[in-house]
Design a protein around this ligand. Sequence first.
Ligand code: PLP
Length: 361
Amino acid sequence: MKRTRNFNAGPAALPLEVLQRAQNEWLNIEDSGMSVMELSHRSAEFEKIHNRAIQSLKELMDIPENYEVLLLQGGASLQFSMIPMNLLPEGKRADYILTGSWSEKALKEAKKVGETAVVASSKDDKYTFIPKVEDIKLNEDAAYLHITSNNTIYGTQWKDFPQTGRVPLVADMSSDILSKKIDVSKFGIIYAGAQKNLGPSGITVVIIRKDLITDNDSIPSMLNYSIHAKNNSLYNTPPTLAIYLLSLVLEWAKEQGGVGKIAENNEEKAKVIYDAIDGSDGFYKGHAQPDSRSLMNITFTLPSEEAESQFLKEVKQAGFVGLNGHRSIGGCRASIYNAVPLSHCQELADFMKKFQEAFKA
Ligand code: PLP
């Protein structure tokens, strides 16, 4: 069977075991004689799958009782608008920390809804680092503080999170949810498009502290957290196939030994590639400052445009997919989400070493 070594940033590789299980169950899900896409979303069979996905995420992330887990549509990008629409009243300001293009986009949408402020940014340094938590000062009237926990394009990641006291901390975890243990109780909202560590595109997970869900009839129903929470995320027809695959990815994550074990694997995987960069005598240059390096997206450049395009051409020929940097910044990027096995990272590191030797010769 042909399977590529997939380093795509998103949609990302899914675990092979998940795809195989879906294939086995494809025509007869939950013994219904139907595929999951043919089940009514109001049927007992589908509800079981839907609730199992939510329950598994609660178990894996140790989500406290006072949080609601919502499965929504519209991607993480729709959350850029829903968050201020639901959490930013007149007379208050929303604080944002800029660590890359996705935080800029989140801020851009919030500005359309209400007052905002940027309380820290690494933009002037080409987003090579994460601001120090001790330097962050929130505004007195902050309705929430928004951060992007992992910057998919620049390859930086928060290691410690800002202490926000009574101000809810809102985190876009699209590209590192479920990659390491986090204390959910420190956050007001965690949201993530599923298509990196959770499953296929089409679902956005929103983990929201219950007291932040308030009734507000002026918000359109589909953009209203309260409506989705009251309807167990089944207000309208959900993406049933995507939710089913989410449930399988979460079961797979439990079988791997849970988030603690996944985090250990991710550390090991990232080290293999960062070691190849650091041991290259400057041939490969990491974009991120070492203490801000992402364990999910490893961004690097080569000494010249010629070397880079040669590298990208040859790495593809060698059977590695998705090594191009994001179109907005170029360079190279290896996305090593949970489903990417250690062996693929070792093979990439070996390729990098061999390419360097051949290029210099
Ligand atoms: N936030 C981050 C950190 C991302 O990496 C992405 C997509 O790559 C998005 C938001 C946008 O997600 P979506 O395409 O689900 O709207």
